[in-house]
Design a protein around this ligand. Structure first.
Ligand code: ZN
Length: 482
């Protein structure tokens, strides 16, 4: 479960664009009074040189007055320690007073707290300066912890994020980092933290701070959702109270065609309509609670979750999905021979097709959902062969892979893998429901973010083994192996 939201400071919630310039101007004035004539540009140049020098001594976070001394020494200006401390304090004071809050910073911090996440500030810089800015802008109280690179003796690119996780005793994957620097803040992704980049690319990308609410929604298991039928805000369900009756009627009416509702009630030995209607929400909650990130964690989620059975029952009870399923069934029946459903779930296709004489293979991970599909096949006296997702070299006349690739970490690899298991002239049925940048699917956090913006059809073109025969619905493709 996401626990920490880790904010960067400069450029993320605070504008520091004028701070350095103004602070340096004051220092130039003060030095002028002391008889030294230098410009802001001189200091800037010298600061870079001094930082490099100090870095070599592995003391990038020396006290600020020491940095001041080194910067001035570089310009052949030698002042006393006391004067350096004085100058450094004045510099800091001006630096802080020229900081401003970025638009919506306070409301987004407030929003982050309201949702029950812990809030951290993690910044490359000096602790005193950082706290000074937070106090001056009156936002210090929004943070549970405030850490700077000075506190850990290393900066973001040097492993600060790992040290943060250790310090707050939190798994990296249970933290969301929000920053404006693709590199410095984005490095958090390499240790498995979630990352949202403002004005750049990351796991999540937004252009403005207020868009962070969408990302918080994504991780918030109590988020307010909209009724599937009428669009009003619901109390943590897919259907509002008014539309619930209509939803129940739809499931029961669909049952006349699919038998899915009868099956699931029989399997559980009671009426499970409530669980069916709540399936997507409860599955989402399970995903967010586990927050699986690695392939192993994701596979474990699909093997052990309790709600995919209900979720898929509701999905395949929707009239437009039934129409699509029927169309797929017809294509497979026309082709005949052998059929593989990859990621076959509750067997919405395999159990029907297994009764037609077509040699049917149901490939999915072992676990709760597959056990239910096995039970359904037996119950319906359907001849289905249940196999693992690790396929042998058997070649099939048709393969379906529907509502699957958006769950797979490497869609291109999966499509190639399945294409090789088609006979020449074989039929491949596939669709996709990726989340795209700036288009977060709150209800389906398990739909992985598309790693590229390449569309499915573009992906298929690149693979060159498949020819497009037909396209229907929003994103459904019928392909043929060349
Ligand atoms: Zn409604």
């Amino acid at each position: 479960m996401l626990k920490w939201v880790v904010y960067d400071l400069g450029g993320t919630i605070v504008n520091l664009d004028n701070s350095e310039q103004k602070a340096m101007q004051i220092v130039v004035e003060l030095l002028k009074n002391m008889g030294y004539s230098i410009s802001v540009d001189d200091i800037k140049k010298s600061k870079i040189a001094a930082s490099e020098k100090l870095e070599k001594l592995k003391s990038a976070h020396v006290e600020k007055w020491k940095l001041f001394l080194t910067v001035l020494e570089n310009m052949n200006i030698n002042i006393k320690k006391d004067d350096a401390i004085k100058l450094s304090n004045i510099y800091d004071d001006v630096y802080v007073r020229f900081s401003t809050l970025l638009p919506n910073a306070e409301s987004i911090l407030n929003e982050t707290r309201r949702r029950g996440f812990k809030v951290a500030l993690l910044s490359d810089g000096w602790n005193k300066t950082c706290r000074g800015i937070l106090r001056y802008l009156d936002i210090e109280n929004y943070f549970d912890v405030i850490f700077t690179s000075e506190d850990f003796g290393k900066r973001k690119l040097e492993g600060l994020f790992s040290d943060f996780c250790v310090a707050v005793r939190c798994k990296p994957k249970d933290c969301l980092v929000i920053g404006n620097d693709e590199k410095k803040d984005g490095i958090s992704q390499s240790i498995g933290m979630h990352f949202c980049c403002i004005g750049g690319n990351g796991e999540f990308s937004v252009s403005k701070l207020n868009e962070i609410t969408n990302v918080l929604d994504y991780f918030d298991s109590n988020v307010k959702l909209k009724c599937f039928f009428c669009g009003v805000q619901t109390d943590n369900s897919i259907f509002c109270n008014n539309c619930k009756t209509k939803a129940i009627e739809t499931v029961k009416k669909s049952n006349e065609e699919t038998g899915l509702y009868t099956d699931i009630c029989k399997y559980y030995g009671r009426d499970v309509i409530e669980e069916v209607l709540q399936g997507p929400i409860n599955l989402r909650k399970e995903w967010l609670d586990q927050n699986p990130v690695t392939e192993k964690e994701i596979l474990n989620f699909y093997r052990t979750n309790k709600n995919e059975i209900f979720d898929l029952t509701l999905f395949h009870s929707a009239p437009h999905v039934i129409q699509q399923d029927k169309r797929i069934e017809k294509i497979i029946k026309n082709k005949g021979g052998t059929f593989l459903d990859f990621g076959a779930g509750i067997g919405h296709l395999t159990v029907n097709i297994g009764k037609t004489g077509i040699k049917t293979f149901h490939a999915d991970l072992d676990g709760n959902t597959r056990n239910y599909a096995i039970w359904r096949a037996r119950e319906k006296d359907s001849d289905v062969n249940f196999i693992d997702v690790k396929l042998d070299n058997t070649k099939y006349d048709s393969i379906a892979c529907t509502d699957v690739i958006e769950h797979h970490p490497d869609p291109s690899k999966l499509i190639r893998y399945l294409s090789r298991r088609l006979k020449r002239g074989g039929i491949f049925l596939i669709n996709e429901k990726f989340q795209r940048k700036n288009n977060i699917d709150i209800l389906h956090p398990m739909h992985l973010m598309s790693s590229s913006n390449i569309s499915l059809i573009e992906l298929i073109r690149q693979i060159k083994m498949l020819k497009l025969v037909e396209r229907f619905g929003r994103n459904f493709f019928v392909l043929q192996k060349l």
